[in-house]
Design a protein around this ligand. Structure first.
Ligand code: ZN
Length: 93
């Protein structure tokens, strides 16, 4: 099996480069609105470290990256999404 070169993306919070599959992709889909790990449109990536997703400035950073305004409840949804992916990775799925 040929090992493919990982796709590298930058976390919008810590600005570190990670393998795409270790990041959560947040996309402003033109039909569905804000979606996670799917959708077509402007997107931003964030790593799964608590320091990054709990950052008080993360909403601002996302709004800037996605060029949109996010609803106040977005952060709750966002944190739930990330913690659910964290659960998967802890279980090794
Ligand atoms: Zn980060």
């Amino acid at each position: 099996m040929i090992r493919q070169t990982p796709v590298m993306r930058i976390c919008i919070s810590c600005r570190k480069t990670y393998d795409r599959k270790n990041l959560i992709k947040i996309t402003k889909d033109h039909k569905q609105g804000i979606v996670f790990q799917k959708g077509m449109g402007r997107s931003a990536y964030i790593c799964m470290s608590e320091k990054c997703y709990s950052d008080s400035k993360i909403k601002k950073k996302l709004q800037k990256a996605l060029k949109t305004s996010l609803k106040p409840e977005f952060i709750d949804i966002f944190k739930k999404e990330i913690t659910s992916y964290n659960d998967y990775s802890n279980k090794g799925i």
